[in-house]
Design a protein around this ligand. Structure first.
Ligand code: PGA
Length: 256
C-alpha cells in the first residue's frame, strides 16, 4: 500500500471551482510519485471532478448503507461505489452535526467493504476528553464499536484517520497537533488494530487529520505508523495540497 493523502473538501466549492481545483491538482500529481492522492468532493460534484482526474483517485464523504430504497435525499453505497474507490466515514463533523453513532458507522464500513470501497474511518477525542486524560479510552471505544465483527478479506483495505477533534480547523480553539501530541495515540490505534485484525493488520493504514499544512506535515509524516494525511482546509488550495503530497513522497523516497 502506498502512502496516501486525501483531500476532504467538505461542503466547499461551486461546480466551476471544484473542476478548476481538480484540474490544477491533477496537473501537479503527474510529477508526484509513490504517493496515492485522493479527492473527496461534494457528492453532487463526483462525476464532474472524475472527468478531470487521471493520476488522482476519487473518494466520497458519505453514503447511505443500502443498495437502493425509499430513502429520500440519500445517496446509496452502490451509487457511490460506481464513481469512487474511497469513502470517508465517521468524521467528527457528522458525529456532531448529524448525530451519527458508532453503530451506523459500523454498518457503513461493512457496506463499503462489500462494495469494494476503501473506508477511511475517522476517530479522535475532543478537547475536553483530552484534558481529562481519556484519549486512549475514546480511541479504543470508537475503534472497537465501529470495527467489531468486521472481517478484512483478501484485497480489502481499511484506513483509520486519527483526527483529534481539537486539531480540526473550525472547531473551537483549534490548533495544529505536533508529532509529540500524536505519537502515543497513533501507537495506541496500531495496537487496537493488531488486536482486532491479527495478521490482517497489514491491510490497514493509519493516517493523521487536523490542520495539516505544508508547514507542519513533515513533522507529522515522520511519526511512526503515520502513512499519510486526511487534509481539509489546505486541500482546497492546489499548491498547498501538492506540497503536502510532495513532502510525503520525498520522505518515502528517503526511506527506501
Ligand atoms: P482540516 O480538516 O485540515 O481543515 O483541519 C481536516 C478534516 O476535518 O478532515
Amino acid at each position: 500500500m502506498k502512502p496516501i493523502v486525501i483531500a476532504n473538501w467538505k461542503m466547499y466549492f461551486g461546480l466551476g471551482e471544484a473542476e478548476a481545483v481538480s484540474r490544477s491538482i491533477e496537473r501537479g500529481a503527474e510529477h508526484i510519485h509513490g504517493v496515492e492522492m485522493v479527492l473527496c468532493p461534494a457528492l453532487v460534484h463526483l462525476q464532474a471532478v472524475s472527468h478531470e482526474l487521471n493520476h488522482v483517485k476519487m473518494g466520497a464523504q458519505n453514503f447511505y448503507p443500502r443498495e437502493e430504497g425509499n430513502f429520500t435525499g440519500e445517496v446509496s453505497v452502490r451509487q457511490v461505489a460506481e464513481m469512487c474507490e474511497y469513502v470517508i466515514l465517521g468524521h467528527s463533523e457528522r458525529r456532531i452535526f448529524l448525530h451519527e453513532k458508532d453503530d451506523m458507522i459500523r454498518e457503513k464500513i461493512e457496506s463499503a467493504l462489500r462494495h469494494h470501497l476503501v473506508p477511511i474511518l475517522c476517530v479522535g477525542e475532543n478537547n475536553e476528553e483530552r484534558k481529562r486524560g481519556k484519549t486512549f479510552q475514546i480511541l479504543s471505544t470508537q475503534l472497537k464499536n465501529c470495527l467489531q465483527k468486521i472481517i478484512l478479506k483478501e484485497g480489502d483495505h481499511l484506513i483509520v484517520a486519527y483526527e483529534p477533534v481539537w486539531a480540526i480547523s473550525g472547531s473551537t480553539n483549534a490548533h495544529a497537533a505536533t508529532r509529540a501530541d500524536i505519537e502515543k495515540p497513533v501507537a495506541h490505534i496500531k495496537e487496537v488494530l493488531h488486536e482486532l485484525f491479527g495478521i490482517h493488520v497489514s491491510q490497514t493504514q493509519i493516517i493523521y487529520g487536523g490542520s495539516t499544512s505544508p508547514e507542519n506535515c513533515k513533522d507529522i509524516f515522520e511519526t511512526p505508523h503515520v502513512a499519510g494525511a486526511l487534509v481539509g482546509t489546505a486541500s482546497r488550495e492546489p499548491e498547498s495540497f501538492l506540497t503536502i503530497a510532495k513532502t510525503l513522497s520525498q520522505l518515502h523516497e528517503e526511506r527506501r
